[in-house]
Write a protein that binds this ligand. Sequence first.
Ligand code: E4P
Length: 216
Amino acid sequence: MRFFLDTVDTDEIAALVETGLIEGVTTNPTLIAQSRRSQRDVIRDICSLLEGPVSAEVIATDYEEIVKEAHVLADLASNVVVKIPVTFDGLKACKTLHKEAIPVNATLCFSPLQALLAARAGAAYISPFMGRIDDCGQEGRKLIEEIRDLYNYDHDWDTEILAASVRHPKHVLEAAHAGAHIVTVAPSVFRSLYVHPLTDIGLEKFLQDWRASQEN
Ligand code: E4P
């Protein structure tokens, strides 16, 4: 499973890309709004920080407008992936953009059937929202398992499962076990993945013992 960052914080993206472990970035209208910058500027800045795919979401909801907006977003940088909700118009736009070789991240996925249709429409990525499903008392992990099962039946599909709305390390582990190809996480979640108190205690003890041996 690969790791993307779900953020518009360019300082964090630059710092974490340096680890070599981050292969893409996802954004959404809420994150862009919180940045108080234009989507164009934010996406251009992020795209300059890494070669991997950077998802930029459309605001339009009807087919013609989605396609028009997708063209503007795709022109911002060669690594832009256009993020489109899995609605009737969104799926239709996804099929059109697929024919034009513009990659689409089909977002706001909450059911296996939406994921099936997105794959048929040629989406490069499907984004099931784990956290928001858990918020409803259901299990995000199960949705990813179901999508993975369905995708395994048809090897013609290139759609990758991009686990989204990932709120904590347990979601990351569940996404990996369920067969997600990619997980997108906030920088704070990424930074929590390698932390373990026994690592810190063990390191401190090793260093203490080493320093003591050098004094003798
Ligand atoms: C990413 O593609 C999604 O927009 C994002 O992960 C949503 O996360 P949230 O449910 O925590 O807002």
